[in-house]
Design a protein around this ligand. Structure first.
Ligand code: SAM
Ligand code: SF4
Length: 474
C-alpha cells in the first residue's frame, strides 16, 4: 500500500515528498550569488545535491537562466562531445489493461483500433526502420493483454534481431520499455539480448499518481517505483527512468528523478543509464492529455533539461519526437544525448496502411520529419549523428559504462564509433547532399580524436566501410 484513498495516508518510499516540497519552498527565488555557486559546483562534473537542484529549479531571472544554459552546454560538450545517438520506437501492441488518463491506449478508449503485431508484422516493421538507416530500436507495448503477453514480447525481440534489410544490415541494439516485471520475468529478460530497460514513473507525486492511474496493475505506485530494484537485482545492467511532464509540478518531478537516481546509485553502485523527459501530447479520449493538469511551458522545459544535465552529468538524456523540430534544436544544446527520429507511436505505423492515425497511436507527435530530414538538420546544426551500439555489445554496461563516460575516454571510443556508424549511414542510405555534409563533418571531427593511433585506425575503418565492410567498431 502506498497511497490509501480512504485513510488519505502515504506510505514511505525513498521518494521523500515532504523533503522535496520543503526544499522547493525554502529555497525561494535564488540570488545571483547562490546561482553562481551551484553552477561552479556543476562544472566540476560531480553532480549536484538536492539543495543545489532546488536552487536551479527556482531560477526565474533571464540572466541567471542564460548562465544555467551555458553551463549545461559546457557540461554536455565536455562529456558527450557533439554526438547525438539516434533510435526509433517499435510498438508491438496497443492493447492495455490499464487506464492511464493521459494515454490513447487506455482500456476505456473504446475508439482505439486495437492491434497486436504478428511476428511477421514485427519483422516488416523492423525492416522498414532499418531501411531508414536505424541500428537501434526501442520496443514497447501496453500492459500485457490477451495474446500480447510477456512471453510473446520476448519472441518479438528475437524476431526483430533476425531481420536483414536490402543492404544486409540488422538491428544491433534493442532497448525495451514495457510495464514493470516480476523477479522471474526480469530473470528471463536478462537472458535475452537487450540494452536498456526503461519505465517512466509518470509522476512521483503519490496523490497525483493515484488519480492518474485509477485501475489496473499500474495503479500500484510502489510496484512501479521499485521495478528498477527488481531489474537490477535480477541481472539487468542498464535501466532508464523518466517522468511524464505535465501531470504535476515539474520542479517536484525533477527533484524526485534526481532522488531516484541517487537512490539507485547508493543502492546498486550505478545510477540510471538514461533519464527521459517526455511532455504530455494530445491523445485520443485521454482526459489528462486534453486538459493537462500542470502544463510545462517551453521556457520551463528548457530549464528542466538544463538542470538535469547539471545534476547528473554522466546520465544519458533522451528526447523524443513529442517535441517540435524547433524545440528539439534548442534543447540539443542543453545536454540531450539520445534522440528518436522518424517515430511512429502505433503498432504497424511504419507501414503506409494507416487510415486514421489517431485511432491507433498512443499520442501525437510534433516532429514528424523523416529520419533523413532529422539527420540532415542535426549535421547542419553541427552535431554528429551516431548509430553506435559499441558499448553494449562489448559489455561496457552498468558501472563500467559510467566509468567510461569520463571525458577523455569518450573521445577514444564514442567519437570514433560515431564517425564509423555515420559513415555507414551515409554510404547506405543518405542522399547526395547529406552525404556531402556528413563526409565534411567526419573530416572535421577526425581531428578531435586525440590519440593518433586511434585516429589512424578510425581512418582505416572509414575506408573499409567505403569499400563495403560493415560493423567496424571500438
Ligand atoms: N505501457 C507501458 C507503461 O506504461 O509502462 C510502456 C510504456 S508506454 C508504451 C510509453 C510511455 O508513453 C508511458 O510511460 C507514458 O509516459 C508515455 N505517454 C503516454 N501517454 C502520453 C501522452 N499523451 N503524451 C506523451 N507521452 C505519453
Ligand atoms: Fe497502458 Fe502504458 Fe498507456 Fe498506461 S501509458 S494506458 S500502461 S500503454
Amino acid at each position: 500500500m502506498v497511497w490509501n484513498m480512504n485513510q488519505k495516508t502515504y506510505s514511505k518510499t525513498f521518494i521523500d515528498e515532504e523533503k522535496i516540497q520543503d526544499l522547493l519552498k525554502k529555497t525561494g527565488e535564488p540570488d545571483d550569488k547562490e546561482v553562481d555557486k551551484v553552477i561552479e559546483k556543476a562544472m566540476l562534473l560531480k553532480g549536484l545535491d538536492l539543495e543545489d537542484v532546488s536552487v536551479l529549479l527556482n531560477i526565474k531571472k533571464p540572466a541567471q537562466l542564460d548562465r544555467l544554459f551555458d553551463a549545461a552546454l559546457n557540461i554536455k560538450n565536455l562529456i558527450y562531445g557533439n554526438r547525438l545517438v539516434l533510435f526509433a520506437p517499435l510498438y508491438v501492441s496497443n492493447y492495455c489493461t490499464n487506464n492511464c488518463l493521459y494515454c490513447g491506449f487506455r482500456r476505456d478508449n473504446v475508439d482505439m483500433y486495437r492491434k497486436c503485431l504478428s511476428v511477421d508484422d514485427i519483422k516488416e516493421e523492423t525492416r522498414l526502420i532499418l531501411e531508414e538507416g536505424h541500428k537501434r530500436i526501442l520496443m514497447l507495448m501496453g500492459e500485457e493483454a490477451g495474446e500480447c503477453d510477456f512471453d510473446y514480447f520476448l519472441k518479438t525481440i528475437d524476431a526483430a534481431y533476425s531481420v536483414k534489410d536490402s543492404k544486409g544490415n540488422s538491428i544491433r541494439r534493442i532497448n525495451i520499455e514495457i510495464a514493470p516485471l516480476t523477479d522471474e520475468e526480469f530473470k528471463k529478460v536478462s537472458k535475452v539480448k537487450i540494452g536498456t530497460y526503461t519505465v517512466f514513473q509518470e509522476t512521483y507525486h503519490q496523490e497525483t499518481y493515484k488519480k492518474m492511474h485509477p485501475s489496473g496493475r499500474k495503479s500500484d505506485y510502489s510496484w512501479r517505483l521499485y521495478c528498477m530494484d527488481r531489474a537490477l537485482k535480477n541481472g539487468l545492467n542498464d535501466v532508464g527512468i523518466g517522468a511524464l511532464f505535465g501531470l504535476y509540478d515539474y520542479r517536484f518531478e525533477v527533484m524526485a528523478l534526481i532522488m531516484h537516481a541517487q537512490y539507485l546509485d547508493a543502492t546498486f553502485g550505478v545510477g540510471p543509464h538514461t533519464i527521459s523527459i517526455p511532455r504530455i501530447e494530445h491523445a485520443q479520449n485521454a482526459p489528462a492529455a486534453e486538459n493537462i493538469p500542470f502544463p510545462v511551458s517551453d521556457a520551463d522545459f528548457k530549464k528542466l533539461v538544463a538542470v538535469i544535465r547539471c545534476a547528473v552529468p554522466y546520465t544519458g538524456m533522451i528526447l523524443s519526437t513529442r517535441e517540435s523540430p524547433q524545440m528539439r534544436k534548442e534543447v540539443f544544446n542543453m545536454g540531450v544525448s539520445q534522440i528518436s527520429a522518424g517515430s511512429k507511436t502505433s503498432p504497424g505505423g511504419y507501414k503506409d496502411a494507416i487510415i486514421n492515425p489517431e485511432a491507433e497511436e498512443q499520442f501525437s507527435l510534433n516532429d514528424t520529419r523523416s529520419p533523413g530530414e532529422v539527420i540532415t538538420s542535426v549535421i547542419k546544426q553541427g552535431f554528429t549523428p551516431s548509430f553506435c551500439t559499441g558499448c553494449y555489445r562489448l559489455g561496457r554496461v552498468g558501472a563500467d559504462f559510467m566509468e567510461l563516460a569520463k571525458p577523455g575516454l569518450i573521445k577514444l571510443h564514442c567519437l570514433p564509433n560515431a564517425l564509423t556508424t555515420l559513415k555507414e549511414y551515409l554510404v547506405d542510405y543518405a542522399d547526395e547532399a547529406t552525404k556531402k555534409a556528413g563526409d565534411d563533418l567526419i573530416e572535421k571531427e577526425l581531428n578531435d580524436i586525440p590519440d593518433e593511433k586511434r585516429r589512424e585506425k578510425t581512418k582505416e575503418f572509414l575506408k573499409r566501410i567505403e569499400d563495403g565492410e560493415r560493423d567496424l567498431y571500438f
